[in-house]
Design a protein around this ligand. Structure first.
Ligand SMILES: Cc1cc2nc3c(=O)[nH]c(=O)nc-3n(C[C@H](O)[C@H](O)[C@H](O)COP(=O)(O)O)c2cc1C
Length: 185
């Protein structure tokens, strides 16, 4: 852990209490293949509660969640995305919506929901669960809402497929930070 921290985080300004969140940020990977094993409802509720502690403009908390475990619903949603295998193999799906009636500024509300989904992913990772943010299904947003028989005021923002990872070989990369800083004065 000490070596890992020094090597990856390069955190001259960090103390030990920073490390849990940094470890989760760097270790989390998108998981697209899952074991055939259930996820406890308590874990899901804990992760959703942590997701709901994301910041939002005016603290309007515009996110809403559907928890989908039933096979017929998963099957129906899987037909609306090319990530059907991931959706079908997930123990459950968290479908994340923007509640238009709670919205005050669409851009800021979408940003808040992005923060909320990231909290969700990090929380699930911290519980040893795997997850992937599926945005590709947004091309069929209306049909997702219809399939779930939810009111039109809910606008689809993301589907998060959740389960116990089938393996932990996922690799990812990021551009060096020097390429991303556009101004330093
Ligand atoms: C807005 C958004 C939409 C995404 N949509 C998909 C998707 O439809 N299917 C998928 O497999 N991964 C999707 N991802 C996951 C990204 O592919 C993944 O985060 C990226 O490749 C970096 O990999 P990592 O999460 O393992 O670090 C999405 C991520 C975001 C933030």
């Amino acid at each position: 852990m000490g070596y890992f921290c020094k090597k990856i985080y390069c955190g001259k300004g960090m103390n030990m209490s920073d490390l849990t969140v940094m470890k989760a940020i760097y270790e989390r990977r998108s998981v697209r293949q899952f074991q055939d094993a259930p996820v406890s409802r308590d874990c899901v509720l804990d992760a959703l509660r942590a997701a709901s502690w994301a910041p939002s403009g005016l603290n309007n908390q515009p996110w809403r969640f559907a928890i989908i475990q039933d096979a017929p619903y998963k099957e129906a949603l899987s037909a609306l995305t090319r990530y059907s295998t991931t959706i079908k193999s997930a123990a459950l799906l968290v479908v994340v919506f923007l509640d238009r009636e709670a919205s005050y500024d669409r851009t800021k509300d979408c940003q808040a929901i992005g923060a909320c989904v990231q909290n969700l992913l990090l929380s699930l990772h911290s519980m040893d669960l795997g997850a992937v943010w599926i945005g590709e299904i947004l091309k069929n947003s209306g049909r997702v809402v219809e399939t779930l028989k939810l009111p039109e005021r809910l606008e689809l923002m993301a589907v998060v497929a959740v389960g116990h990872p089938a393996h932990r070989n996922q690799k990812s990369h990021r551009r060096p930070i020097e390429e991303l800083i556009v101004l330093e004065k």
